[in-house]
Design a protein around this ligand. Structure first.
Ligand code: 5RP
Length: 228
């Protein structure tokens, strides 16, 4: 029986088909990344040899449950390809990520990999970062109020991300709190630099100059590839 794949599954399959024997593959976090992990596990069952490194506890467990061979990040100095989703992508391949609260590992993998393949559908394409979502900013817990003041001085407005039950605050895998911040329309590269230079900020969701290819699920054709 032929099973029809949804948009996220189609880009995930496309990315998995590009993985070659003996590659070290970074696994992203989120629903699209999960489809990629499933597609990669199927390729492994078909004889592909590869090693994976996960960006979160969730993707570690997913890969483990499907029998993918894994190594932890501290044993690696190089990754061949990192495959992950994104919340927003602009024409010049700037990304917004981080609804999953695992920004530190995600950005480390994106930076350490020879290739970073981003899997999205058309709904993630935006004219400017911050168009549909606030920018997630991981902060050291004790510094959150001071960081919030610094971000307000940069023109930001926002608050701590609540936890799932709404009775406390969300914590990342590394014990940081997350400020979800909206900024006035502004130069995103300047904002990226300003956030990188703000003491108390652990990591943030703007990814500039890291994506090497964007794979976009499309209605009419299978997948559109935009490469650097
Ligand atoms: C997690 C992320 C995800 O890649 C992003 O939120 C997209 O998720 P999904 O594939 O579920 O749409 O950045 O931190």
């Amino acid at each position: 029986m032929l099973v029809e794949l949804n948009a996220k599954q189609r880009v995930a399959q496309h990315a998995a088909d590009l993985i070659e024997n003996d590659m070290v593959v970074g696994l992203g976090t989120g629903s699209t990344a999960n489809y990629f992990i499933e597609a990669l596990a199927k390729r492994q069952q078909g004889g592909l040899r590869c090693t994976t490194v996960a960006s979160s506890i969730v993707s570690t467990l997913k890969a483990k449950s499907l029998g993918l061979s894994q190594v932890s990040m501290e044993h690696l100095s190089h990754i061949d390809v990192y495959v992950d989703g994104a919340d927003e992508v602009t024409e010049d391949k700037v990304l917004l990520k981080g609804r999953g609260s695992d920004l530190v590992r995600e950005k480390l993998l994106a930076r350490a990999s020879s290739e970073f393949h981003v899997l999205i559908d058309q709904s993630k394409l935006v004219d400017r970062i911050g168009q549909n979502y606030p920018i997630p900013i991981e902060v050291m817990p004790f510094a959150w109020q001071l960081v919030l003041r610094s971000l307000e001085a940069l023109g930001g407005q926002g608050k701590l991300r609540p936890n799932a039950s709404g009775d406390g605050f969300a914590m990342t895998s590394h014990g940081s709190l997350v400020l979800d911040m909206a900024f006035e329309e502004r130069d995103i590269l300047a904002l990226d630099s300003a956030l990188n230079a703000t003491p108390g900020v652990v990591e943030h969701g703007i990814f500039t100059g890291l994506a090497t290819a964007i794979f976009i699920a499309d209605e009419s054709v299978d997948v559109i590839e935009q490469r650097r």
